[in-house]
Design a binder for this molecule. Sequence first.
Ligand SMILES: Nc1ncnc2c1ncn2[C@@H]1O[C@H](COP(=O)(O)OP(=O)(O)O)[C@@H](O)[C@H]1O
Ligand SMILES: [Mg+2]
Length: 269
Amino acid sequence: MSTAMIDTETGVTPAAISIADLTVTFSSKRGTTTALEDIDLTVADGEFVTIAGPSGCGKSTLLKVIAGLTDSTRGEVKLRGRDVRGPQREIGYVFQRAALLEWRSVRKNILLQAEMRGMSRQAAARRCDHLLEMTGLTGFENAMPYELSGGMQQRVSLCRALLHEPDVLLMDEPFGALDALTREKMNVELHRIWLETKTTVVLVTHSVAEAVYLANRVVVMSPRPGRIVETLDVDLSGHRDYAETMERPEFIHVANRVRELLGSASAAD
Ligand SMILES: Nc1ncnc2c1ncn2[C@@H]1O[C@H](COP(=O)(O)OP(=O)(O)O)[C@@H](O)[C@H]1O
Ligand SMILES: [Mg+2]
């Protein structure tokens, strides 16, 4: 990942993401919707922050504002101390659907990122090989998307999002369409990949277990208009075996609190 820039005036390294007093309102003929209200959030370099909240509370909107795909109505959004204005290049994005091009092989889907950015072919190929290995896709380079399981397709999508070594990886319910067991495996894999790459990640999820397992910090949001209700630190350092982690008192404590904040079990999983 690119090295953090130090502000020459203050000598302080800016946060990977800093959001202050953010409000987003959508206006249409039918009226206005306040999707997000008074959001303050700072994400440090290399942190893994998860966002949990009910449907429609503005989680996707928050990621889009960070990526510069949606404008803020009020407030400040910065990436490494720079105002976000328009789509940001230093970002990787993973959506719920892998959104692969059906007519391109695994490798060519991943390299799409390089083509769009004009990366050097050699560097892109090397990085692609490394990512394929890291995500357990070696041997499937030439497979077509329809030949892959849902979990494998999401791994390809993750490789594509990481190809250009983005400063920040944004993930919007990336495993929401997968069965429970595949989802657990992907959680374990994503955690391992994060330990290896130390990319800053913001991941949105409906699943309390996923939110707590992956995070350094869990941000819990209220129903629309989305506000931050509470931010919880997760103290589960290092490698996280899935079954063992689920039973750790620290995990259970935070998961219970997140469930409580979400109000009812039906709002979560
Ligand atoms: N482009 C848009 N135009 C109008 N309303 C939108 C737009 N995007 C989202 N919304 C509204 O903003 C609210 C939050 O949406 P979203 O961020 O998708 O929530 P979540 O991802 O938490 O389910 C919803 O009420 C949704 O209908
Ligand atoms: Mg959403």
